[in-house]
Design a protein around this ligand. Structure first.
Ligand code: LAN
Length: 705
């Protein structure tokens, strides 16, 4: 691989602006002017994420696990923003920047010069040694990753023969050529004008004209897929193509997707549907047919109406980065660059961009603000650090931020947009983004309850608001007892037959997850101690059904499969929390015993645990060659929930985490921690602080007991 060094900006010019347009918003800005830089100096938050030297307090060498947790918190506090939340980079997926870059380009927009430089630097830094890019930073190159990022670099100004570009093209050819790219890639290239919409399997907006009772009507799909489908079907319906660019990919081929890229191959039902639709697609172009029955036009209008609801419901953030880019193009296509809607979209592009030491990335969401803040709040309270001198300001900041992050009303287009209620819920990122997530609501509520139990905190969140959160949680349990992510499960698992994304698994409906279920049931249980009378029997029934679900999905080897963190270690920690709430421990429960056996067998020689994201892909435990502090912390937390009797196991694990801690209290970044849709890893860099602090604090008490 050639050793091309991409240009960089002066990193000391960047600042992280927090909460400017809305609560919790994060936005990296570049200050060109020396005077501006002086009057707004870079703080530790920026310095840390940019890999610049930080000034942190001198710490004492830790003797006990609690000392180490304290030092960890001392360091992590430096990363708290002035509004009280913990800003974190949230990277990993490598298919997001290209969508945004293509969107900006076809809408006639450009990034600032500094943003362009840093976007290029990020992509080139993340190129794998094999020469291209995969679906995410931890995966080997695929056609999707390589073609999309190659195109992005070209649009951002890299010449066809500049630096490694020739080499990358050669790799694309070697892999089978750009036309073997998966469906979303074909769609983006068609939008760009580098491929032809005729080569994209039909994405008919007419599905939005189906009556709601139809078992495969789109409102039943998982919210992410539904929202991507809505704007994509509109762009497909109008065959949107941006202005001609020199990037020419001429071949047309409908079902040719490179096997390297495929995670979920097409189900035969999808192929049959596509053949049928290929005939149907010819119809709207026959003038007579379309004048008698202008279905396509009506369907486009309907899809457009729905995507506009999404924009307005989310302050133009939309639910996520893919929808963000598609919706932006859709608003441009119909209303133009001068429209209010398009301008509003543009003003919310930076929310998704995060400057890291390796360049500017597009994040999986507009941040993970709530998730990180809710966890560290609970860790601080449980470990007792919240009550130690010098931590009040930090803790009050967390509570203040969480208070303002709760969503108080349902979205504007609640019924019309087929949304789940948001009243009382907490989101994953910010309240402006405005999506209920079951476990974020639960962890947000748990964090608020824990913080409000401290003597010195104000109590901004009253019982009524907590009851709203509880009502939302109670509205989210599925008949199996399990909780899904954003909504109730609205359709059959058979809808997976229509999964056309190829690179992801289990995306068509909202499945139940032991992680989400645990968060929900533990929050309900905690709340019932605070307000024992409120919906007592509903809570009781919901919790016991949720516990049943947890039992039902335990695997024969004692573990649970994790869908959002890696992987068995992550989900087993959650499941053992659930069972501990039901009074089940190693001493009295076969299930817990089996789970502990599973975990203990996976402990590595150095006392740690380490799993790779391949566990999530294959469903089999994939051993990491090196132990990871985050998974070690999860295992500690899990074993203590289980009250595992052999303390040497936790003792060794604790020592491993302590041995990896630096003098200033930090832990270095290790391998990626999270995942989605079975196949895409995503980073949670705050976890190394949050879960190490939490596990060390909990272990301190357990080892003494
Ligand atoms: C997330 C991030 C957080 C995550 C948890 C809260 C951890 C989980 O317990 C519930 C699901 C949720 C909210 C989640 C869902 C899917 C997301 C939004 C992501 C993994 C971050 C990025 C991902 C999104 C789908 C990326 C865009 C890709 C598409 C396939 C549309």
């Amino acid at each position: 691989m050639s050793s091309y060094k991409p240009p960089t900006t002066d990193l000391t010019g960047w600042r992280l602006k927090v909460g400017e347009d809305s609560h919790g918003q994060q936005k990296w800005v570049y200050l060109r002017d020396e005077a501006q830089r002086k009057s707004w100096p870079q703080g530790n938050v920026e310095k840390y994420w940019l890999g610049l030297e930080m000034h942190t307090p001198e710490l004492q060498k830790p003797k006990t696990p609690l000392d180490a947790a304290r030092n960890g918190f001392e360091f992590y506090k430096e990363l708290q923003s002035e509004d009280g939340h913990f800003s974190t980079e949230y990277g990993g997926p490598l298919f997001l920047i290209p969508g945004l870059v293509i969107a900006m380009s076809v809408c006639g927009q450009s990034f600032t010069a500094e943003q362009s430089t840093e976007l290029k630097r990020y992509l080139l830094n993340k190129r794998r040694k094999e020469g291209g890019w995969g679906l995410h930073t931890a995966a080997p190159p695929t056609v999707y990753g390589t073609v999309m990022n190659y195109v992005a670099l070209r649009i951002l100004g890299m010449g066809p023969d500049e630096g490694p570009m020739t080499e990358i093209r050669a790799l694309i050819h070697k892999m089978g050529g750009a036309t073997t790219i998966p469906s979303w890639g074909k769609a983006w290239l068609s939008i760009l004008g580098a491929y032809d919409w005729d080569g994209v399997g039909s994405v008919p907006p007419e599905l939005w004209l189906l009556p709601d009772w139809v078992p495969f009507a789109p409102w039943r799909w998982w919210i992410h897929v539904r929202q991507v489908f809505t704007s994509l079907s509109f762009l497909y319906g109008i065959r949107f193509v941006g202005p001609f660019t020199p990037l020419v990919w001429s071949l047309r081929n409908r079902t040719n997707v490179n096997p390297i890229d495929v995670y979920s191959g097409h189900h035969p039902v999808l192929d049959i549907a596509h053949q049928f639709l290929a005939v149907y697609e010819k119809l709207p172009h026959i003038p007579l047919v379309s004048s008698i029955l202008p279905l396509r036009q009506v369907a486009n209008d309907r899809a457009y109406q729905l995507l506009s609801y999404e924009d307005e419901n989310t302050g133009y953030q939309t639910i996520g980065p893919v929808t963000k880019a598609f919706n932006m193009v859709a608003r441009y296509a119909r209303e133009g660059a001068d429209s209010e809607a398009f301008k509003a979209h543009l003003s919310r592009v930076d929310d998704f961009l995060w400057l890291s030491k390796e360049g500017l990335m597009m994040m999986g969401t507009n941040g993970s603000q709530l998730w990180d803040t809710a966890f560290i709040a609970q860790a601080a309270v449980e470990t007792g650090l919240a009550n130690e001198k010098g931590n009040e300001e930090s803790v009050n900041g967390m509570l203040d931020w969480l208070d303002k992050a709760q969503m108080r009303e349902n979205p504007k287009w609640y019924n019309e947009g087929y949304r789940h209620r948001t009243k009382g819920a907490w989101p994953f990122s910010t309240p402006e983004q405005n999506y209920t997530v079951s476990d974020c609501t639960a962890e947000g509520l748990k964090a608020v309850m824990a913080l409000q139990e401290l003597d010195y905190t104000s109590k901004p969140v009253n019982l009524e608001r907590m009851r709203d959160a509880v009502d939302t949680l109670l509205s989210m349990q599925n008949p199996t007892g399990g909780f899904a992510s954003y909504e109730l499960q609205r359709g059959s698992k058979k809808l997976e037959w229509f999964n056309a994304a190829e690179v992801f698994g289990n995306i068509m409906i909202d499945y139940e997850y032991p992680e989400c279920t645990t968060s929900a049931l533990s929050a309900l249980k905690y709340f019932s101690k605070l307000d024992p009378k409120y919906r007592a029997s509903d809570i009781e029934r919901t919790v016991s059904k949720a516990i049943e679900y947890i039992h039902d999905v335990q695997k024969p080897d004692g573990s649970w499969y994790g869908s959002w963190g890696i992987c068995f270690t992550y989900a087993t920690m959650f499941a053992l929390e659930s069972l501990s709430i039901a009074g089940e421990t190693w001493a009295n429960s076969e299930g817990v015993k089996l789970a502990c056996d599973f975990l203990v067998k996976k402990q590595m020689a150095d006392g740690g645990w380490g799993e790779t994201y391949m566990s999530c892909v294959t469903g089999e435990y994939a051993q990491h060659e090196k132990s990871q502090v985050v998974q070690t912390a999860w295992a500690i937390l899990a074993l203590i929930y289980a009250q595992y009797p052999d303390k040497t196991v936790v003792d060794r694990a604790t020592r491993l985490i302590m041995s990896r801690q630096k003098k200033d209290g930090r832990w270095e970044q290790e391998d990626t921690e999270g995942v989605f849709n079975k196949n895409c890893a995503i980073d949670y860099p705050a976890f190394k602080f949050i879960f190490c602090i939490w596990a060390l604090g909990r272990a301190d008490k357990y080892l003494k007991s």
